[in-house]
Design a protein around this ligand. Structure first.
Ligand code: AP5
Length: 214
């Protein structure tokens, strides 16, 4: 078993800041970030077979079926030995498949960062979120606005609101999180891998907590 390295999972409800912090940590550690939500949104945007299959689940705030997601993550990890997972695993079956996949390569998960943010704050954050449909950069009109009115700082594309960020769909995503994904906390806690990260405060304050926890 490879003892060193970083194979990190971000867990937490929608809007908890997983994507924001995973991006920062990826740059800080110089390792790949794999965000299943970003991969799926790009596939939907490009109208690929994967995108066509995933679209209706995503728009309702439901999970995309496990068999699709397990194949996708295996391909995304490829030969990487260090990585950050944002949005995977989300079900017990996905977590068990990830373990099998890693143990075949003599690898194991090193840290699970559980982002803790109250539901009311999540709803406020998500309602003001905008994303770049081209490069996937995430903004917030209140906490992290773009420099120019609703266009991407990086590529100049007009920012959009995610289809699954309507209040009704966000409530369903929170329900799905509590039902299907929260049980993973216990799955990783018995191995002593879980670090709870207080997700309130500025993104920089949250990031400091993460680097201290690691
Ligand atoms: P995914 O994209 O993974 O969505 P999610 O888990 O619901 O998480 P979010 O992207 O909504 O939030 P986040 O925690 O990354 O927060 P962010 O950093 O953006 O999945 C989308 C869909 O894809 C799923 O519903 C499902 O259908 C499908 N899917 C994906 N993976 C799957 C899987 N494994 N299995 C099955 N289906 C899957 O921050 C939120 C906002 O707050 C932003 O505007 C940000 O700028 C702002 N913000 C961040 N940090 C702070 C802070 N500290 N203070 C103030 N504002 C902040």
């Amino acid at each position: 078993m490879e003892r060193n390295g970083y194979r990190i999972i971000f867990l937490g409800p929608p809007g908890a800041g997983k994507g924001t912090q995973a991006e920062k940590l990826s740059r800080y550690l110089g390792i790949k970030k794999i965000s299943t939500g970003d991969i799926l949104r790009e596939a939907v945007h490009n109208g690929t077979d994967l995108g066509k299959k995933a679209k209706e689940y995503m728009e309702k705030g439901e999970l995309v079926p496990d068999d699709i997601m397990i194949g996708l993550i295996e391909e995304a990890i490829g030969s990487e030995r260090n990585f950050i997972l944002d949005g995977f695993p989300r079900t017990l079956k996905q977590a068990e498949s990830l373990d099998d996949m890693l143990s075949r390569k003599n690898l194991y998960i090193t840290h699970v960062l559980l982002m803790n943010v109250p539901d009311e704050e999540i709803i406020t954050r998500i309602s003001k979120r905008r994303i770049c449909p081209k490069c996937q950069t995430v903004y917030n009109l209140v906490y992290n606005p773009p420099k120019n009115d609703e266009v991407c700082d990086r590529c100049g594309e007009k920012l959009v609101q995610r289809k699954d960020d309507s209040e009704e769909v966000v409530k369903n995503r929170l329900r799905v999180y509590k039902e299907s994904t929260q049980p993973l906390v216990g799955f990783y806690e018995v191995r002593g891998l879980v670090k709870v990260i207080e997700g309130s405060g500025t993104p920089e304050e949250v990031f400091k907590r993460i680097t201290e926890a690691l």
